[in-house]
Design a protein around this ligand. Sequence first.
Ligand code: SF4
Length: 477
Amino acid sequence: MSRVVPIHPMDDFKERSRVALNDPGQRKNFRGAMDFLQAKRRGQFPDLEELESLRELGASIRRYSLSRLPQLLEQLEANLTAKGVQVHWAQSAEEANAIALGIARRVQARTIVKGKSMVSEEIGFNHAMEAAGIEAFESDMGEYIVQLAGEAPSHIIMPAIHKTKHEIATLFAKEVPGVAYTEDVDGLIQIGRRVLRRKFADADIGLSGVNFAVAETGTLCLVENEGNGRMCTTVPRVHIAITGIEKVVEKLEHVPPLLSLLTRSATGQSVTTYVNFISGPRKADELDGPDEVHLILLDNGRTQAYADLQLRATLQCIRCGACMNHCPVYARIGGHAYGTTYPGPIGAIISPHLLGLESTYPLAFASTLCGACSEVCPVKIPIPDLLVRLRNEAMARPDGDDATLRGSGTARSVIDTTIWSVWSQVYGRLGLYRLASWFMSRGRALSPTEQGAWTRSRTPLIPAAKRLRDLLKERKP
Ligand code: SF4
């Protein structure tokens, strides 16, 4: 079952945003959900000093890990290989899918059951498997709902956050055989659970994401709330884990602070229901676990971000979604309007590396630069600075030294460039600035004498304000 809308082109970003803004139902859903998630997060961090020191620690761990990324990846590969995990490197989405497909064909797989993995969304995994005649089935409840609806996730942590109870109930009644309409939440969960149980038992391969990969011990760490991640990684005979190359940390002791930041920032939980540490296939004396474990390490543009010392901060991300939950733009247009796998502020800064600036530069401009995202980011990514940098990249001279990204200069326009370069000349010289001000003030006569709609709309308030002032004067003792 493939997504109907895997990745949208960006040229209709504005149109999608307009449609979203004109959908009061969706706006209400998102507003309610964002308020709820913000309150949950606030409840987890009552002590602001503790929050700040934890954020500082998390940011340091991520910066340190990235500073040693090449060595850590080699160490991770060596330690995982020693434990029997087969490590694969994929430069692109196509390569990652080809590797997974190669494994699936070798073990003659017909069904793959998936835990939640945004990287698998990023590479269009389901679509690639379906094209090869292999069913890829989502087992995370939110992902299951959007797969059933033929949609893409609208949030990186809560894929079906845009759907109401009524919409889910209607969807289940329509798409799941033998199911009657119910809006009872427990009933809906039981329906999903019944369907998914069968899928776990039948699947040949389980696919999962990775939250952190520990280089020193060769351990894959995976957090989740539904137990489906554990089922995917232990029941089928083959487990494929897929992750971006940036998720590596050096030591096991680096994981707890990041886990604490991740779960508290993402869902307002002190810890998730399941925390899985995977360190290899089933051993001879073990009852559970797969015969084979594979790890696919994906680049897909991450090395472009890594090569730039400022943009490298993008890779600190631990995918908590807090920046989205606090973004005034995301809260109004929702995830689908962005048209990329990762929406919201994190999507605006990571997508240009994955897809190129040509198709994604409007996202960097879809921000008020209010700074709410960086204030809540648990690993202190300076998101507004990165957005400004990406805007500059989009406007850079394509052949100049300042053009460092794929698609740099895409948004460059001769008119804009001329206006701003004249403005910078004028603004940089006092004499010119004074002269320009003098000329501009002469143009005052050209301004309309008729009141505009805005001024007219304000005029009736003025008598009311006067009355209020007089009233206060009268009442003055
Ligand atoms: S950028 Fe920061 S807040 Fe946003 S998802 Fe990544 S870690 Fe979370």
